[in-house]
Design a binder for this molecule. Sequence first.
Ligand SMILES: [Zn+2]
Ligand SMILES: [Zn+2]
Length: 245
Amino acid sequence: MKLTVLGCYGPYPKASGACSGYLLQDEETKILIDCGNGVFSKLLNHCNDLSKLDAIFISHMHPDHMSDLMVMRYAIKIKQMFGRLEKPIPIYLPANPSEEYERIQYEGAFVRNIIHEGTEVNVNTIRVTFKKTDHPLECYAMAFEKDRKKFVYSGDTKYFDGFVDFVKGSNLLLCEANVLHKHMNENVPHLSGRQAAEIAVKADVQKMVLTHFLPEIAVADVVEEAKEVFPHILQPAEEGKCYFI
Ligand SMILES: [Zn+2]
Ligand SMILES: [Zn+2]
């Protein structure tokens, strides 16, 4: 599987950047994971033909993870009118907040599927499972597995018991690291670089990519504090860059 970073900032981007969005693909499958602001135009650089997009997974309904769905739905509908897209695109997302869940639909652009912790989805040969995280909105981490390879995306979360088990044995963990550890307090609904690295060590992860960067903090500082804890391959997410699983 190949992961392309489309956007890696949150909860707002830096200049010319985009918020959360990732394209996961293999020879036969293309999956969009999260669709924050700026992601749709970046997606078109890698998947201009939307009929090739098999599914969209949304971790939660904060705008930095879903706001470009509001324009992507117009593209889907208009491409259908021009005969360039036959079917609606399947999307998997939490049902809450219900106003947001209702708002994303537009003239049948999407086929909506609600995710829960026990949900299991197969997109061609890729199996997807979910773990509810600790975040102000209902949010899910996601595991994508194929041929004994495992890729986990954290979504947004605080540190919580049970996350390590879900991440266990990943070949690649794409983990949010929104702040430095010195900024942490109980009101921060995110992980620090150090916490992300602690999860990766406990879960015996092979490689880690950090993401969901706050534009006010230097990415190098987040990576440095994580590297002090995680002794294996660790990289920051970079827009346009590919990572292999
Ligand atoms: Zn976020
Ligand atoms: Zn969030």
